[in-house]
Design a protein around this ligand. Structure first.
Ligand code: HPA
Ligand code: ZN
Length: 337
């Protein structure tokens, strides 16, 4: 009998909610600041880490956008993505679907193409050298206008071969999914798959809107769905996946204590919950840390962990044959470990 931590480490995992800019570790932030002659408002790595004390989503976003300022050249985006892939390898993450925030870069004068090419080149290498498969999801910043989102979508259309889906992130409250209904309708017409952050800080109505107005294929976070019984029935009935992020929820005070985290309840209600790291450099851990923190706090058993891993495979944007191959790996592990 191996213990739960070792079981988690060996479990073949899939990540579905990861902002690549949120994987920028302070050490790399400083190295890139030096390389690109960017001034940071921090004197040391220790000082940066001390600033990572958030009481809500906006507190975090302010620092997250500031951190991005060191990312200027294609090589910077490559280095950022490569560092994340090495963490995937260490954590036995076999497939990952990563977000990027083009508007966080284009509004600073960095070309869309520079960002995408750096990320995509690293992901290609990840497949070839590390055996990690991946997809790219482009997010719109919801605090910006519909017009800005439309312009960003236009920029993405020539790169449809590299971008699987579009999503919605940034400041949730006051920016409901319905604000972007027309943008997402156009994105769907162009063949992009659809996700949206909803119900992290925003009310259950935002999750309804993500379903009905944006016609999402997955909900990112979705925690507050549990406040609405009809919504839970709808999500369970549609087998709609939720990409849950335990350490993020704790750091952003979406939950007060990991012992109150709703993940176990979600599973018991028949919701297709998954575990993800969101912005691991800011929230204190990558995939294994997230699995371990929530397993420890909620007393999850091996069967629960296998369900979570299988949910992520099923909710991924891989083709059926690829999902089956991953599922076989999870099942083989279940019989072995
Ligand atoms: N929520 C909303 N926007 C974000 C997040 C998040 O957790 N991380 C990066 N952008
Ligand atoms: Zn997120």
């Amino acid at each position: 009998m191996i213990n739960i931590d070792s079981f988690i480490e060996g479990l073949p995992k899939v990540e579905l909610h990861l902002h690549i800019e949120g994987s920028l570790e302070p050490e790399l932030m400083f190295a890139l600041a030096q390389r690109n002659h960017v001034n940071l408002p921090f004197k040391s790595v220790a000082e940066v880490k001390k600033a990572y004390n958030f009481s809500n989503l906006q507190d975090f976003l302010d620092i997250y956008y500031q951190g991005m300022s060191v990312l200027l050249k294609e090589q910077d985006f490559y280095d950022l993505t490569w560092a994340y892939l090495e963490r995937c390898k260490a954590d036995n993450v076999l497939h990952t679907e990563i977000f990027f925030d083009p508007q966080g870069h284009t509004e600073r004068g960095v070309a869309f193409e520079t960002v995408l090419n750096g990320i995509a080149r690293a992901l290609d290498g990840g497949q070839k050298k590390l055996g990690i498969s991946s997809k790219i999801i482009m997010c719109f910043l919801r605090h910006l206008s519909e017009d800005d989102a439309f312009k960003t979508l236009e920029e993405a259309i020539p790169y449809k071969d590299k971008i699987t889906g579009v999503g919605l992130d940034s400041s949730e409250k006051g920016h409901p999914p319905s604000k972007f209904e027309r943008v997402f309708a156009r994105a769907r017409k162009e063949g992009f798959l659809i996700v949206a952050h909803a119900g992290e800080e925003g009310p259950p109505e935002y999750v309804w809107e993500a379903l009905d107005h944006l016609k999402v294929d997955r909900i990112d976070h979705g925690n507050r769905s549990l406040e609405d019984e009809k919504l839970v029935t709808r999500l369970a009935g549609e087998d709609m996946a939720l990409t849950v992020c335990p350490l993020s929820n704790l750091k952003l005070c979406v939950v007060k204590d990991m012992k109150n985290h709703p993940l176990k309840k979600m599973l018991s209600l028949g919701l297709k919950a998954t575990v993800n790291s969101d912005d691991p450099a800011y929230f204190g851990g990558y995939m294994n840390d997230n699995y371990k923190a929530v397993a420890r706090a909620l007393g999850l058993e091996k069967e629960d962990l296998l369900t979570l891993a299988r949910n992520s495979v099923a909710a991924s944007f891989l083709a059926d044959a690829e999902k089956e191959a991953l599922l076989r790996k999870v099942n083989a592990y279940a019989t072995r470990a």
